[in-house]
Structure formats: structure tokens, C-alpha cells
Design a protein around this ligand. Structure first.
Ligand SMILES: Cc1cc2nc3c(=O)[nH]c(=O)nc-3n(C[C@H](O)[C@H](O)[C@H](O)COP(=O)(O)OP(=O)(O)OC[C@H]3O[C@@H](n4cnc5c(N)ncnc54)[C@H](O)[C@@H]3O)c2cc1C
Length: 390
């Protein structure tokens, strides 16, 4: 890693307050998060204390209303915060995005009583959330999920296995999608399950290619009882709630991808200006200059695309198609840019002495989570051709 912090990105921000917010986030990211990233990703240490710090700084509830402890920030600001965090360490940026996803259901579909009871702790009280949709046999086809919730008086009894859960085993609350009715999307209901619920256990975390500091684990629900007061929305409304959260969540993944790509470009540029071959800094050679120019262009285009989708959301307009496009484009851009960054560093890029190989491994997961990029293309094509088509 280069010693000096990279130059700040020249951002478009709507207010003085949002400019101050980004400056604060950048300071936390560069001081508390970036310096420990390489070592902790190598050892697989989850930085729980960083999330506590972010909660204390008001950064875990940014896009939610102030009434219950949220930061009341538009998505165009919140996403740029995620980008800064992910540039310092993806485990943190993606972790905040997943936490936001886990709050989305209750904030959007909960009753006033539920929101008053739970949201303050979720948005700014130090709690960390997780979002449980995927299962071992239900990934892209999430509507086929099999985890069951059966009503027993005033309670629901949840039984089944969730897979790939970010923060699985370390979260304080889980937003869980379970089957309460017939097969298909209309038989699914959402629940808010406390992390210490009896009968809820986490498996040993997956051994992943990257983002090793972020625990990803199966969760087993063995007759977990939750009161009906923890049901989010109506019975059968769960899949609608899950998809609404994913539309917003995909923008979070897009922003994280641009953060990872920006970090890779910063490293590659610093290296290219410093490294000499044939008597010149390698940044003097047109072959590399063009590569750096292409990397920077992909990043700017990705940032513009996710911000355009965010601004649609901020003005209450439909943004589902644009969110899918932003997730697809930004994560493919991150994969391409991080791969090129390794190339710019030559043999050194292929070693763990520099962060670009880690950034390349991290970029890969972003093409998979919250709907693979094949699924994003399906979503975009459905918007083009009409919902009745495949
Ligand atoms: C690190 C990590 C963290 C995650 N965190 C969470 C989390 O917090 N919560 C959660 O619920 N899930 C989480 N996931 C799960 C993630 O969302 C799924 O992995 C993803 O949706 C894909 O599901 P799958 O892995 O079962 O792949 P599959 O659905 O089996 O897909 C396999 C391949 O087939 C392709 N494919 C499938 N269907 C089609 C089709 N119709 N057309 C074309 N191609 C298709 C896919 O694109 C993919 O390339 C996480 C995954 C990872 C790796």
C-alpha cells in the first residue's frame, strides 16, 4: 500500500452539510479503517468496533428519517459515503450497505409501534443487522425459498436454513424472509428476528476468496419463536418487501464497487508515477497511460450512473431499472479496473505486498451478491420487453 492517502474524489454534493459529512467519513475511513484493512482481511478479523464507531457517528442510519434516529440524507449522499467506506475497506462499506438493507423492511413497511420500538436502536443505537433471503437451494430463484414460519397463537415458529448471510452469527437482528403460505412469491412473509433468539444458530463462516473479514455464514432456524408483533408488513407481502430492499441495496453495491475501483486506480496511478523502466516512470508510456485513462473513465461513468439512479429515488421516481443497470455496470467496471490495476503493477501486483490483488478478489463478489449480473440483465430486459416476457 502506498503510504500517503489518495487525493479526495471531486464529488457532486447537494449541500454544505453533505460536504462536511463526506469530509468526516473520509477522515474516519483513512484514519480508522484503511490502515488495518490488509492485515485484518488477511487474518479474517471482523472489525465489529468499527461498526460501533460508525453508529456513534450517526453513519449507520443515514438514508432513514430523523424521527427514529436516521440521518435524513438523500441517497445521492448516502451512496457516496458507502463509496468512501468501501474504498478504505469493502468489508466495512458492504457491511453498512447490508445493515441498511436489513433496516429497509421495518422502516418502509413496519407499523408506527414497531418503528418506535425497534428503529432507534437499529439506526443509531449500536445494533448491527443482517438480511436473510438466500437459502442453499434458493439463490437467484429466491421466490422458491423453503424456510417455513408457522403460526402458533400470537407467535410464529420459524424452521429452515438460510445461506450466505453477511454478518451471520455476529448480527444483533435479522430481517428474515420465510414461507407462511403457498409456493411462489405470494406465500412469503418478512420477520424481524433478534440475534439471540432461542433455536437460532450460525454455522462456521464460509472460507471465501476475498472479503475474509466479513463473516458469511449459514443460519439454522430450529423452531425459532417470534411474536406476531415482529412480523413486518402483511402476511404474503414479504417478497415485495424483499425486492424493494434489493432495489435500494443494489445501488449500495454499485457505490461499493466504484469505491473498490477508485482504490485500485489510486494505487495503480501512484505506482506508475514512481516505478521506472527504460529510464522513465512507467506512467510515461502510452500503453499504460491509455490503460489508466480507461480505468478512470469507467469509474466516472459508473459513479454518474449510480448517482443518476439515486437522484431518481430521491425525487420519488421509479428507479428499479436504473438500479439494476448501475449494479451491473459498476460491478463489471470494478472487476475490469482492479484486474487492470494488477497489470499496471506487473509482478508486484500479483503479490500481497500491494493491495490490488485483494481489491481484484473483492471486486469479484460484487458481480454475485444481491442478484448476480445475469439476474440484473434479466431485470433490465424485463423492463424493456415487458413484465409478461421472460
Ligand atoms: C459473500 C457473499 C455474501 C452474501 N450475502 C448475502 C446476504 O447477506 N443475504 C442473502 O440473502 N444472500 C447473500 N448472498 C447470496 C447471494 O445473493 C447469492 O449467492 C446470489 O443471489 C446467487 O445465488 P447462488 O449463489 O445460489 O447462485 P445460483 O442462483 O445457483 O446461480 C449460479 C449461476 O447461474 C446463473 N443463473 C441462475 N439463474 C439464471 C437465469 N435465469 N439466467 C441466467 N443465469 C442464471 C447465475 O447468474 C450464476 O452465474 C451472499 C453471497 C456471497 C457470495
Amino acid at each position: 500500500m502506498t503510504d500517503r492517502a489518495p487525493q479526495p474524489v471531486d464529488r457532486q454534493l447537494p449541500t454544505e452539510e453533505s460536504r462536511d459529512l463526506l469530509a468526516l467519513v473520509r477522515e474516519i475511513a483513512q484514519r480508522e479503517i484503511r490502515p488495518r484493512a490488509a492485515e485484518e482481511e488477511d487474518s479474517g478479523r471482523f472489525p465489529r468496533e468499527v461498526f460501533t464507531l460508525l453508529s456513534e457517528a450517526g453513519l449507520l442510519g443515514l438514508p432513514y428519517p430523523g424521527e427514529h434516529g436516521g440521518g435524513e440524507q438523500p441517497y445521492e449522499v448516502y451512496l457516496q459515503v458507502l463509496e468512501e467506506l468501501a474504498a478504505a475497506r469493502l468489508t466495512v462499506g458492504l457491511g453498512v450497505s447490508v445493515h441498511s438493507l436489513a433496516c429497509h423492511g421495518l422502516a418502509g413497511y413496519g407499523t408506527k409501534e414497531q418503528q418506535g420500538a425497534h428503529l432507534p436502536a437499529m439506526l443509531g443505537g449500536g445494533l448491527l443487522g443482517a438480511y436473510c433471503l438466500s437459502e442453499p437451494a434458493a439463490g437467484s430463484d429466491a421466490a422458491s425459498l423453503a424456510t417455513k414460519a408457522v403460526r402458533d397463537g400470537d407467535e410464529w415458529v420459524i424452521t429452515g436454513t438460510k445461506a450466505w448471510i453477511t454478518h451471520g452469527g455476529v448480527a444483533d437482528f435479522y430481517t428474515v424472509l420465510a414461507r407462511t403460505g403457498a409456493e411462489g412469491p405470494k406465500g412469503i412473509t418478512a420477520f424481524l428476528v433478534p440475534g439471540d433468539a432461542e433455536g437460532l444458530t450460525a454455522a462456521v463462516p464460509e472460507k471465501k476468496m476475498g472479503m475474509k473479514g466479513s463473516p458469511t455464514a449459514q443460519l439454522h432456524f430450529d423452531g425459532v419463536r417470534v411474536p406476531d408483533a415482529r412480523r413486518i408488513g402483511e402476511e404474503g407481502q414479504g417478497f415485495t418487501i424483499a425486492l424493494a430492499a434489493l432495489d435500494a441495496g443494489r445501488l449500495g453495491i454499485a457505490a461499493c464497487a466504484i469505491g473498490v475501483a477508485q482504490a485500485a486506480l489510486d494505487e495503480a496511478l501512484a505506482y506508475a508515477l514512481d516505478r521506472k523502466q527504460f529510464g522513465h516512470p512507467i506512467a510515461d508510456f502510452q500503453g499504460l497511460r491509455f490503460m489508466l485513462a480507461d480505468m478512470a473513465t469507467k469509474i466516472e461513468a459508473g459513479r454518474a450512473l449510480y448517482l443518476a439512479a439515486a437522484r431518481l429515488r430521491d425525487t420519488g421516481k421509479p428507479f428499479s431499472r436504473q438500479a439494476a443497470m448501475a449494479k451491473l455496470f459498476c460491478t463489471d467496471a470494478a472487476m475490469a479496473v482492479t484486474t487492470d490495476a494488477v497489470q499496471v503493477l506487473g509482478g508486484y501486483g500479483y503479490t500481497a505486498d500491494f493491495p490490488v490483488e485483494r481489491l481484484m478478489r473483492e471486486a469479484k463478489v460484487l458481480q454475485i451478491v444481491e442478484g448476480t449480473n445475469q439476474i440484473q440483465r434479466m431485470v433490465i430486459a424485463r423492463h424493456l420487453a415487458g413484465p409478461e416476457t421472460r
